[in-house]
Design a protein around this ligand. Sequence first.
Ligand code: FE2
Length: 411
Amino acid sequence: MDIIIRNAKLRDKDELVDIGIVDGKIKTIGKNISAQGKEEIDASGKLTIPAFIDPHIHLDKTLIADVVRENVSGTLKEAIEIIWEKKRKYTNEDIVERASKIIKMGLSNGTTRMRTHVDVDTIGGLKPLEGVLATKEKFKDYIDIEIVAFPQEGIIKDEGCKELMEEAMKMGANLVGGMPANENNPSDSFEHVKFCFDLAEKYDADVDMHVDETDDPFYRTLEMVADETIKRDYQGKVTAGHTCALASYDNHYARYVIEKVKRAEMNIITNPVTNLMLQGKYDGYPKRRGLTRVKELIAEGVNVAYGQDCIKDTFYPFGKADMLEVGLILAHASHMSLPNEIEEVFNMPLEKSAKILRLNDYGIEEGKRADLVILDADNPIDALRLQATRLYVIKEGSVVASTLKETKFFI
Ligand code: FE2
């Protein structure tokens, strides 16, 4: 065995187990494995889980806050516009440097897979994609990165974007992104959606769009995306991020759209930290929270996960690429306080996100990829409550990060 983790607490087993790893895969799971590992790690009964997945982040824009002016209005519109000047002057080195910091931070926090959206538009051209592709190559042995070609500035209203989107797919983007609400009218939004699906079909790619990131209930592109998914027979291959307007619809229309989302087998990714900051900002009281209808979607059987989305950029000033931090915030923002609801939150950067990425090698089972995290916690609730230290982070059978926290008391 290359590594044996001793005395691991798995979520679905009462007894502690050993996990034997060979050639990057889980070879065996059992009590007191007699073989010796080249490396032995004692988990000491601590919770051992599959490594975290962040299914929605923007690596090209992270840590940009230091070099652009602040977002005075605090709106999504201004957040996007502030970056224009910086985007015109992007260099590969700049993007690689900022994205590298976040990837290392994410690894230290137990994330070994990310899906990043990357701006594709006529302002920055394909520079952001080049930078993220270079970063992906740099860290290819340590983290898996999926890239979504993201038309942040719209497609119809950004003339030339269609060609850039196609070029992005040729260069190595894995998924087609979109932002249909960022067009001048509903018919352009619909054309935007159709273009994205045409491109996805052409490159046999999944679709992951930013959908209705607004608390204005008159934005209704989620329904368009659900309809198009069903029409194209793309069920199970489409994800919608944000979907904030769903929270502002009247209940009748919201139920109608959720039913379509369910039929389309779409995944929904909520991004609580960004949307708590951006949405509801100009409400009086009562003030909206800005998140999509997380519990209602789950109740209807929709696969829901969450992403970090933004880190220290013009959209959101905080963040440290930590799925436990975002999960804790989501639990508060969506009133998920019961034990089964907290378990649901905990599952989001694990199995729920694995479903979004359509992974078939994920989980703690024999034969699956050995991407594991040992947390300094006994159970998921404590992992979130304590923001548990990630004692060991293992990617394909190699320890890629280890953190120890020690407090000295002088009392
Ligand atoms: Fe986003």
